[in-house]
Ligand binder design. Structure first.
Ligand code: MTE
Ligand code: MO
Length: 326
């Protein structure tokens, strides 16, 4: 009887990334027509159980079902780079500051208040968020406005699942994400670059779009603090700064909310912030990007309109002048 053979990796060589890669290769070999739930059942329990987790990881495993609809062919950025090269100004402006300092942030207990233009305001704790929906794994491109990019396997579910829970009223036109402020744990708050808390926002139709993801994990584990533990959003067709990390409040609003980077420099950062290679940032081009992890000699990749997600999202902006609404 044929048995499924997983590649043998000596335990001494197991890093979370090799585990994740072998799982991905196995997924590929299993073919496109697999039943996603069955695959998750095997890989989730067999490869990513707590016992096999590398010692250096402090975050627990997070079982999720790979969603083939959102499975890119691009080589994922290494787990090391995903968790070591970050923007999270609450911990400092250096790319290494979040990994260095975010360990002090308390990511549990945690609650997210959902309020504003909703029929049923709610406060959800982490267990509520984890229990709201089956967790799926999606590989998304993340394109930073600073012209670098990563390819990241996130775990979570569509934000629309959460928003439907609170029944938005007909007045709800926008969503604002308010993120955590922990003065004793966040050395970056001393720099008044941002008028803390860091806030971001979306138009309601953007927030309800199936690509907009509520993220609770990465690389098969709960989010490391530097990636926005315990809960963040990922909006893959927009520049990275739209994806607020360590969210404590979600407000549904009638009017366009304040967003941090737009408040700081409105001529440089707009509310929409859709990835657009034809509209340069006033101080640099957005036409190409550097993939984090590539050799310095590697050629830069061409940035794609809507970060490559145009087929899914261009319709949201039909008739809008994207030079004006940047
Ligand atoms: N709270 C908060 N969220 C934030 C930021 C921040 O400084 N504070 N930086 C943003 C920017 S500019 C980027 S590119 C992404 C980076 O996410 P990652 O470090 O998990 O890759 O987080 C975004 N979310
Ligand atoms: Mo960014």
């Amino acid at each position: 009887m044929p048995r499924i053979k997983l590649p043998y990796i000596p335990p001494s060589e197991i890093t979370a990334e090799t585990v994740w890669h072998s799982r991905r290769q196995w997924l590929r070999r299993a073919g496109a027509g697999f039943a996603a739930a069955g695959v998750a059942g095997i890989t989730g329990a067999g490869l990513l159980g707590g016992r096999d987790a590398p010692a250096a990881q402090t975050k627990g495993a997070l079982r999720s079902t790979p969603n083939p609809r959102y499975w890119l062919e691009d080589k994922p950025t290494s787990e090391q780079d995903v968790s070591a090269y970050n923007n999270f100004y609450e911990f400092g402006t250096g790319k290494g500051d979040p990994a260095r300092y975010a360990g002090r942030m308390r990511s549990k207990p945690w609650t997210v208040d959902i309020e504003g233009e909703v029929e049923k305001p709610r406060t959800l704790d982490l267990d509520d968020l984890l229990g709201l929906s089956a967790m799926e794994e999606r590989i998304y491109r993340l394109r930073c406005v600073e012209a670098w990019s990563m390819v990241i396997p996130w775990s979570g579910y569509p934000l629309s699942v959460l928003l439907s829970q609170v029944r938005p009223t007909s007045k709800a036109k926008y969503v604002q994400f308010v993120t955590a402020v922990q003065p004793d744990a966040m050395p970056g708050l001393k720099d008044r670059i941002v008028d803390w808390p860091y806030v971001e926002g979306l138009r309601m139709d953007e927030a309800m779009h199936p690509l907009t993801m509520l993220v609770l994990g990465v690389y098969g584990k709960q989010l490391p603090n530097q990636n926005g533990a315990p809960v963040r959003v990922a909006i893959p067709w927009k520049y990275g700064f739209k994806s607020g990390k360590s969210i404590v409040k979600i407000r549904l609003l009638e009017n366009m909310p304040e967003t941090s980077w737009r408040s700081i420099a409105p001529q440089e950062y707009g509310f929409y912030a859709n990835v657009n290679p034809t509209v340069p940032h006033p101080r640099w081009s957005q036409a190409t990007e550097r993939r984090i992890g590539d050799s310095v000699f590697a050629s830069r990749a061409k940035t794609l309109m809507f970060n490559g997600y145009g087929e899914q999202v261009a319709g949201l902006y039909a008739g809008m002048d994207l030079r004006r609404y940047y």
